[in-house]
Design a protein around this ligand. Structure first.
Ligand code: PGA
Length: 247
């Protein structure tokens, strides 16, 4: 099984014409594209190989919630994945409690969840153990009440994205990221047993680019990457996919 590369376009590009162009250039197997909501439907008709993800999702399946998008609305547009708990959303006020509700509903409605966790620079300065504790605590809250069967359904992907590495050009050291990911894997194995914990995929995200992609993707403990800025440049994104395919 090829490692997974997820393109998080964030609030880019600004027109559907550019979005189609970008999507066509990134349309490869085992690639997931997460464009802004308004482009999902159109891109669903354009992509032949890559899958689609939303960058967010609401925790209720419809009702009086102005501005929110429900899991079923996404499923009906052939969206397979939903990114939940990205640090840019946490910064806007999304709490672990909200994230937990979103994860639960999305999984119940059959969306695959890409749950983002990661510590800020203040925590990392306190050392690896502090970072491990921080993400373990996020996972505990974000996955609260999720059953073993759901964990074992292969529908949960966890992206380790140190906040200080996102969009800064300063990626984590592959060894450090791998150690933190291993600590999360151990936690899940302890809590959910081998049928639950071992089926969860772990990705790295944060300033991944054409130069460092191979160093991260060649690590056994890293099952793929969540790519922001570099996914907006077709040349760079193709180089990342090439690094993945060379494994
Ligand atoms: P970046 O973003 O690759 O631009 O650092 C990653 C992300 O926010 O998912």
């Amino acid at each position: 099984m090829r490692k997974l590369i997820i393109a998080n376009w964030k609030s880019n590009p600004q027109s559907i014409t550019e979005a189609i162009k970008l999507a066509k250039a990134s349309d490869t197997r085992n690639v997931v594209i997460a464009p802004p909501y308004p482009y999902l439907e159109k891109l669903g008709g354009v992509l032949r190989h890559a899958s689609l993800s939303s960058q967010n999702v609401f925790w209720e399946d419809g009702g009086s919630y102005t501005g929110e998008v429900s899991p079923s609305q996404l499923k009906n547009l052939k969206v397979t994945y939903a990114i939940i708990g990205h640090s840019e959303r946490r910064r806007l006020g999304e709490t672990d409690e909200i994230i937990n509700k979103k994860v639960k509903t999305a999984l119940t409605r059959g969306l695959k969840v890409i749950l983002c966790v990661g510590e800020n620079s203040k925590v990392r300065r306190r050392g690896a153990l502090a970072s491990q504790r921080y993400v373990a605590n996020q996972l505990k809250k974000d996955l609260s009440g999720i059953k073993k069967q759901e964990m074992g359904s292969r529908n949960l992907i966890i992206a380790y994205e140190p906040v200080w590495a996102i969009g800064t050009g300063k990626a984590d050291k592959p060894g450090d990221a791998t150690a933190i990911i291993s600590s999360m894997r151990r936690e899940l194995l302890l809590k959910y047993g081998s049928l639950g914990g071992s089926r969860v995929k772990f990705l790295y995200g944060g300033s991944l680019n054409a130069k460092n992609a191979f160093q991260f993707l060649s690590r056994e403990g890293i099952d793929g990457a969540l790519v922001g800025g570099a996914s907006l440049n077709p040349k760079v994104f193709k180089a990342i996919i090439k690094a993945r395919d060379s494994l």
